[in-house]
Design a protein around this ligand. Structure first.
Ligand SMILES: C[S@@+](CC[C@H](N)C(=O)[O-])C[C@H]1O[C@@H](n2cnc3c(N)ncnc32)[C@H](O)[C@@H]1O
Ligand SMILES: Nc1nc2[nH]cc(C(=O)O)c2c(=O)[nH]1
Ligand code: SF4
Ligand SMILES: [Mg+2]
Length: 256
């Protein structure tokens, strides 16, 4: 079983550098090149995008969090004694204090940052897990989560979701994976085009092996409908497939 968070929930920021933390928990890395590795997750709240399918609704569409001093976050991580830490969100890199947290964790842990690739940190990162958002992620009145008024987010999301320069800098500076959320075969041409564009501008090798296709789905039931289609696309194209192990194991339970 995942280890539950013992984070208290003050609603106002403490003195000094702090982060809005939605969850802090131990689990298995469920996605990507390190799938299966026991890891401690720090999930910040707040995002500069609004994917209609966001599986972390309470960090994006309806952000909720406890404010934690960066020192307290480090203490909570230390208490779990992991080898691997995953900083995620929301979009963790919209918070300047995430850079301080990354500095503080760098010497003791292997740190993966899960990011949408629109913000470049000036901080040490062991694995940049970059998930650029395709046009099928854009929220519309038709696909929006129940009760959500998409409002200005349709245009804002569309305008912000791809920043080629930021993506190039991320892959140049860090070990990386490009992890695309795939809703179906119609996503493949867009992935091919983006990878080609990035290869054209980035001063770093991007191997097919660094490109991961991940099925869209927040629940086991949803994944059952997408995983085989996406696995077949990966096989056909020579890209890597990544499961969503945590969904297979714990479905959509929080803190997993
Ligand atoms: C919640 S996001 C947080 C990090 C960052 N904002 C991002 O999008 O990369 C964590 C990971 O979950 C993926 N994700 C979110 N919703 C998903 C869904 N419905 N199906 C598959 N993957 C999803 C994202 O693409 C990302 O790789
Ligand atoms: N187990 C588990 N693995 C993950 N890998 C990336 C995650 C994320 O939400 O960023 C995630 C997550 O939420 N849970
Ligand atoms: S970028 Fe990440 S956190 Fe933000 S809405 Fe999309 S999946 Fe959710
Ligand atoms: Mg997740």
């Amino acid at each position: 079983m995942p280890v539950s968070s013992r984070v208290e929930r003050p609603e106002t920021a403490p003195e000094g550098p702090a982060l809005p933390v939605n969850e802090l928990f131990a689990s298995l890395q469920g996605e990507g090149k390190l799938a299966g590795v026991p890891s401690t997750f720090v999930r910040t709240s707040g995002c500069n995008l609004r994917c209609w399918f966001c599986d972390s609704y309470h960090t994006s569409w309806d952000p909720t969090h406890a404010w934690m001093g960066v020192d307290d976050v480090v203490d909570e991580v230390d208490a779990r004694d992991p080898t691997h830490v995953v900083l995620t969100g929301g979009e963790p890199l919209i918070h300047d204090e995430s850079e301080l947290l990354l500095e503080r964790l760098a010497d003791d842990y292997h740190v993966t940052v899960e990011t949408n690739g629109t913000v470049v940190p000036d901080a040490p990162v062991d694995l940049a897990s970059v998930s650029p958002k395709l046009s099928t992620s854009t929220p519309t009145p038709e696909n929006a989560p129940d009760g959500v008024d998409v409002g200005a987010w349709e245009a804002r999301h569309e305008e912000r979701r791809i920043d080629l320069e930021a993506l190039a800098t991320l892959v140049e500076r860090h070990a990386f994976q490009l992890k695309f959320v795939v809703t179906g075969p119609e996503d493949l041409p867009e992935i091919e085009e983006l990878v080609a564009d990035l290869r054209g501008v980035a001063d770093a090798a991007i191997r097919d092996d660094d490109v991961l296709l991940m099925p869209e789905g927040q629940t086991r039931e949803e994944l059952a409908a997408t995983r085989t289609v996406v696995a077949d696309l990966a096989l056909e194209r020579g890209y890597r497939y990544t499961p969503r192990l945590h969904v297979d194991l714990w479905n959509d339970a929080p803190e997993t």
